[in-house]
Design a protein around this ligand. Structure first.
Ligand code: M6R
Length: 607
């Protein structure tokens, strides 16, 4: 979960490396650093904390050099200190690393037993020392890297430079992404196409086990057996423009407000309004042959999977299992023929979800991916890519990706239902009409922003908050709790409302706000009964419902948030808005770092 950039050029590189890091800050912001070769020696600037601190360091002491590597870190092994910041270096090599070297302990002991002194607490530093030893023993960096890579276990992407060989940088990948960028008289390495977008649009994605010797005028890629290989050079299409906040105070706020537009954009590519039909991209398999569905994802994306379970089971009558990706492959899941494996991911790079996808592919499961970043590893590996068109999501808290993923999940559920002969044309037309209404309903929901801001203080003072929902609004309760936890640092839990009296109701007292998600519909009365049980025990209820719901059940609530009256199908999309806005305003009231909350990174590329 770190970001890597490397440049071998003819002009000074540190400004451009820093620009690349800005594009990669979503991968981690614990510390950052740059190394270049200056007068035949490695020179480094490193700083703890956000990139602004590295910028300050570079202002104090500029870094010359036409060959360089750079890194933004999300700490795994070793605290986020300047000493643990990458690049790590010896006299012979500097390295930056994304991933985890799982066998670093025995490697470190081995190195120390040979008298080497490692100065950081990181797993990464062993790589620098192993490569360094091989070079000191007389090997060319190419041979040194070829000898060391098989000794490393775990997932990694690495970039290295060598002060005695200033005409090359070397990159390697295994389980973490790395791309090569092709320029004119200069070449690049980067964690993704986005990192290199302002440097070049011509890129090659390294395959698992590949490593690349990158010189100014040539690139040679080797596979894991050290055989020279060609990887296709493709047009990346990644935008060179850095996304800005526009008139908004935070990216999260901007992204919440973009939802009507990006949901409309996403739905446009899945709906045929005139025919009142849903359509998926062309696929190489027949949905009619699908007998069951497995949905795998992490965090917010996993709640999309849970909502998808309600929809696919209801419409297509197919059994659906939902797993968080970190549990999936280690429980050795039973994957029967006829399974459609669906991964859901904004980044397309989440390590556990990617590993789950590969696990399913190895088991010959047909796979589909609801993915926002079209150049990501998952997007390139699924059998059927179902893109969301949310655009870049910068805030760590996922907002617009969630509602776009739900839009695509609804389209997929309808397609499965039609393919299985479970949905009449009239029912499909009705669903299409409701989905078409979603962007306008999202706009109406956003119109309640000021009210939500005004009542946010009732939640901001709490130590614990509970969220309740039933049916598809239960995963939304989990999402509400996750949003609040990650950006406001208030402890929050989501429960299926019927579960309250099986334990959580013991937590209720007048200091614990209870956020109840209860759109009018078949489950409304049941949810309200559970809410009343909690109110009878002193719960301070914030009721999120439509005008009818608030009129019939809102009288004892400490606050109500009115949503437009919508069909239950699109309620999870629309009710996502107040849940996101509430977390946002509570975080602003508490003065936390909304877009880059502590300890988190946007993209989790380690297990
Ligand atoms: O990129 P992905 O959608 O695969 O990311 C999955 C989770 O890491 C992500 O949704 C995370 O839970 C968000 N910070 C939630 O707001």
């Amino acid at each position: 979960m770190c970001g890597i950039v490397g440049i071998i050029g003819t002009d000074p590189v540190s400004d451009r490396l820093f620009e690349g890091l800005k594009r990669l800050e979503y991968r981690g912001y614990d510390s950052a650093g740059i190394a270049t070769i200056v007068d035949g020696r490695i020179d480094r600037r490193r700083a703890k904390g956000k990139l602004a601190n590295l910028a300050e360091r570079l202002r104090e002491e500029p870094l010359p050099g036409t060959v360089g590597i750079a890194h933004t870190r999300w700490a795994t092994h070793g605290a986020p200190t300047t000493g643990n910041a990458h690049p790590h270096a010896t006299d012979e090599v500097a390295i930056v690393h994304n991933g985890i070297i799982e066998n670093f302990r025995p490697l470190r002991q081995e190195l120390e037993a040979r008298g080497r002194t490692l100065t950081s607490e990181t797993d990464s530093e062993v790589v620098a020392h192993l490569v360094s030893e091989a070079i000191e023993a007389g090997k060319h960096p190419r041979e040194a890297v070829a000898a060391v890579l098989p000794r490393l276990h775990g997932a990694f992407a690495i970039a290295m430079l060598f002060p005695r060989y200033p005409d090359l940088i070397i990159g390697a990948r295994q389980g973490a992404p790395l791309t090569v960028g092709y320029g004119e008289g200069e070449n690049f390495l980067g964690s993704d196409a986005h990192a290199l977008a302002s440097l070049t649009q011509r890129i090659a994605y390294l395959d698992e086990g590949d490593w690349a010797v990158v010189e100014r005028d040539s690139v040679q890629i080797y596979d894991r057996d050290n055989a020279p290989v060609e990887r296709p050079i493709v047009h990346s299409g990644a935008s060179a423009a850095l996304v800005d906040k526009g008139n908004h105070r935070h990216f999260m706020q901007k992204e919440i407000y973009e939802q009507p537009m990006v949901v409309a954009q996403t739905l446009k590519s899945y709906l045929r309004p005139l025919e009142e039909q849903v359509a998926l991209p062309d696929m190489a398999f027949d949905l009619a042959g699908i007998e069951r569905v497995a949905i795998i994802a992490c965090g917010t994306a996993s709640y999309v999977g849970m909502i998808g379970k309600y929809w696919i089971e209801q419409f297509a009558r197919l059994p659906v299992e939902v797993d968080v990706a970190s549990e999936f492959r280690y429980r050795d899941p039973v994957l029967l023929p006829g399974t459609l494996g669906i991964v859901v991911s904004q980044s397309g790079e989440t390590a556990d979800t990617l590993a789950a996808l590969r696990h399913m592919k190895q088991a010959n499961v047909t796979t589909a991916g609801i993915i926002n970043v079209p150049t990501s590893s998952m997007a390139r590996e699924v059998d059927l890519l179902l893109p969301t068109h949310a655009g870049p999501e910068i805030g760590v808290a996922s907002t617009k990706a969630f509602t776009c993923q739900l839009s695509v999940m609804a389209a997929l559920a309808v397609n499965l239902a039609r393919a299985k002969g479970r949905l009449s044309a009239a029912d499909e037309a009705e669903i299409v009409r409701h989905l078409i209404e979603a962007p306008a309903a999202l706009n109406e929901a956003l119109a309640h922003d000021a009210e939500i801001e005004a009542m946010a203080h009732t939640v901001a003072a709490a130590r614990d908050v509970l969220y309740l929902g039933r049916g598809p609004d239960y995963p939304l309760a989990l999402e509400g709790a996750l949003k609040l936890k990650e950006i406001s640092y208030i402890h929050a839990e989501g429960y299926a409302s019927g579960e309250m009296k099986h334990g959580p109701i013991a937590l209720i007292d007048d200091n614990v706000p209870l956020i109840v998600l209860a759109p009018s519909g078949p489950l409304f009365d049941k949810t309200v009964s559970n809410m009343k049980e909690a109110q009878a025990r002193g719960a301070q209820v914030v009721l999120i419902s439509d005008a009818d719901g608030i009129a019939s059940a809102g009288e004892d609530a400490v606050a109500t948030i009115e949503m437009p009256r919508v069909h239950p199908l699109i309620a999870p999309l629309v009710y996502a808005v107040p849940v996101q806005l509430l977390a946002y305003h509570v975080a602003v009231a508490k003065g936390t770092d909304v877009d880059q909350p502590r300890n988190l990174a946007k993209s989790v590329t380690v297990e």
